[in-house]
Design a binder for this molecule. Structure first.
Ligand SMILES: [Zn+2]
Ligand SMILES: [Zn+2]
Length: 104
């Protein structure tokens, strides 16, 4: 059975890459530096290995981490680790605050 079900990806940003050896401009010594790496958006749905560079994400559909609906990736989401609608970003903050007050 190679009947893979189509789905809307649920993207999450992951950083691939990491450390490199660089010369410290002040001391002249070599040191291990944590590099930002290359950010990708990767689908977290089990069995799906889809992964795209941020530059290749524009217009792609993702499941919104806020409401579970479909959201088209836009430039303004580049800063988000988990794509969400604009309205859902606010909502999430409120939820987080609510949850904090409940956990005491
Ligand atoms: Zn997927
Ligand atoms: Zn949403």
């Amino acid at each position: 059975m190679s009947n893979k079900q189509q789905h809307i990806h649920k993207f999450k940003r992951v950083i691939i890459g990491g450390t490199s050896i660089e010369k410290d401009p002040e001391t002249g010594r070599k040191r291990l530096v944590s590099k930002p790496g290359t950010p990708y958006y990767r689908c977290i749905i089990p069995g799906c290995n889809s992964r795209y560079l941020i530059d290749d994400m524009e217009g792609r559909e993702s499941i919104c981490w806020g409401c579970g609906g479909i959201v088209a990736f836009s430039t303004s989401m580049r800063t988000l680790a988990k794509p969400r609608h604009f309205q859902c970003r606010k909502k999430r903050k409120e939820e987080e605050i609510e949850m904090e007050s409940f956990s005491i």
